[in-house]
Design a binder for this molecule. Structure first.
Ligand code: HEC
Length: 178
């Protein structure tokens, strides 16, 4: 065997390995839909709900109920390859940014006074993921959708386990995603 053939069989082996690794990654991602891979760690902070004005709390709860319902629709759509629904519902979550869009100047000041900066950052990051999900829907990439859906679920838990421990006791003392 000369040097050239050695290289080309190696390249073929590499390609096959890469393929297998890609398949493995896809399978792992699907498995992660059900089992959250929570790593890292951070301490729970004070619950934010009781510190919000009545109006803000009402808006937030409405947003949460809408988000949860959209997430369930998205789950069904992902596993059935309904890319259009994934794109639409992802966009709907992104646009449901009530905390940013439908607030008066005073509401916004109330909000900033009531919640730590990190809470707002978590919210912003979550809505950014929703936009990515909408894009993955448009691109008809199931693998990306699964990955982003998983990150969004981690994001719900990251926020709830830090800031909603008064209501979601079961999330107390959990290992939190960073
Ligand atoms: C940035 C923080 C944050 C993120 C991210 C977040 N939530 Fe929430 N969520 C809250 C807070 C705060 C409450 C509690 C509101 C209250 O009762 O004062 C809440 C409450 C809820 C509730 C209870 C609503 C009710 O009926 O009172 C549901 C359901 C919910 N969230 C679903 C979700 C889902 C699903 C996700 C992710 C896809 C998510 N949340 C992401 C902060 C967050």
């Amino acid at each position: 065997m000369n040097k050239h053939t050695v290289i080309s069989t190696d390249t073929m082996k590499d390609a096959r390995l890469r393929n297998r690794r890609r398949q493995y990654r896809a399978i792992m991602l699907v498995a992660m839909l059900g089992t959250l891979a929570l790593g890292g760690g951070a301490l729970a902070a004070e619950p934010v709900g009781p510190d919000l004005t009545e109006k803000l709390r009402g808006l937030l709860v409405r947003e949460m109920v809408a988000i949860e319902s959209a997430m369930l629709d998205i789950y069904s759509a992902i596993v059935q390859g309904n890319h259009t629904t994934v794109a639409q519902q992802g966009q709907a979550i992104h646009d449901s940014f009530i905390l940013k869009l439908s607030l008066t100047k005073e509401d916004r000041q109330d909000l900033k006074a009531a919640v730590p900066q990190e809470f707002l950052q978590l919210d912003a990051r979550f809505h950014k993921l929703a936009a990515l999900l909408a894009k993955a829907g448009e691109e008809e990439s199931t693998q990306e959708q699964v990955e982003i859906f998983n990150r969004m679920t981690e994001s719900c838990i990251a926020c709830h386990s830090r800031y909603v421990t008064d209501r979601f006791e079961g999330l107390q003392n959990q290992l939190l995603p960073e």
